[in-house]
Design a protein around this ligand. Structure first.
Ligand SMILES: [Zn+2]
Ligand SMILES: [Zn+2]
Length: 285
């Protein structure tokens, strides 16, 4: 397999465990990308990162590299429970955009402030490297990354990730309101960013009848994600950042709606619901 992406958390906003979410998962956003040569990149640090931290071999010497889309709770709230941060022999690199005000490191420190958490950031005995990135191209954990500002409150980046030269590419755009890219030149820029990537993981929080009342919240309907995937000619769309109010059955209704929109738009790409614990290789081989 040229690479694999595993979903450790698929939910948006707040964890939603319970009997209604066992198939697609209740943990908030966290993904693990593994290249064929063993390079690993963690995308976002929602509550799913706790289980990932326990699954990583304690003897792993390679730095753990975490790339954050932004610093809203559901994308960082698992960090205080990420085991490698408490191992003196580990090195953890946290990369992401600076928040709208302040610095990335301050957000991580404040999340472990005495009023809200029992131990402070100084309990992280790993060697910690915090790096701020902005729109443009950079390297993270040996992967080549292109970043684009998304339409979402605060500063949020979407990523297109090259695994190795010639290998199918992955795009990760969570917390993005596609309806906000309505100006033709902006829409064209978004489509160009995604053009012909293999797998596009995109925010699909709402059914069409819910989206209209939530304009400006920074999220998309599954139908909007399908139309974008169709325009960008991707091989596969993965519906992500599930609404905490959506049960597994609701998500399957969302998929049915998405498949109908794909048929209407003439698209032939694969559509999947991101499912916690499931790993995917490239869709196009
Ligand atoms: Zn989110
Ligand atoms: Zn957000």
């Amino acid at each position: 397999m040229p690479w694999a992406i595993r979903f450790w958390g698929t939910r948006g906003s707040i964890p939603a465990p319970g009997p209604g979410t066992v198939r697609y998962g209740g943990n908030t956003a966290c993904l693990e990308l593994v290249a064929p040569d063993g390079r690993r990149l963690v995308l976002d640090a929602g509550t799913g990162i706790r289980s990932l931290g326990l699954a990583l071999p304690p003897s792993a010497r390679d730095p753990v590299v975490i790339l954050l889309s932004h610093t809203h709770w559901d994308h960082i709230q698992g960090l205080p429970f990420f085991a490698p941060l408490y191992r003196p022999e580990a090195t953890v690199s946290i990369i992401g955009p600076a928040p709208a005000t302040g610095r990335l490191g301050d957000v991580l420190r404040d999340q472990m402030g005495a009023a809200v958490f029992p131990v402070s950031l100084s309990a992280w005995t790993a060697t910690l490297d915090v790096r701020e990135v902005a729109e443009g191209a950079f390297e993270a954990g040996g992967f080549s990354v292109k970043a684009l500002h998304l339409c979402h409150p605060g500063t949020t980046l979407g990523y297109r990730i090259g695994i190795q030269p010639g290998s199918p590419e992955l795009a990760y755009l969570t917390d993005n309101e596609i309806a906000g890219w309505d100006a033709p030149d902006r829409r064209a820029r978004l489509v160009r960013f995604l053009h012909a990537c293999d797998t596009m993981i995109h925010d699909a929080m709402y059914l069409s009848n819910r989206g209209a009342g939530r304009r400006g919240w920074g999220h998309s309907t599954a139908a909007e994600a399908v139309r974008l995937a169709s325009e960008a000619r991707v091989n596969r769309l993965v519906l992500f950042h599930h609404d905490p109010e959506h049960t597994d059955d609701d998500l399957e209704r969302l998929l049915t709606e998405a498949e109908q929109v794909r048929a209407d738009s003439g698209g032939r790409f694969d559509i999947q619901i991101a499912a916690e614990g499931v790993a995917l290789g490239p869709a196009g081989g």
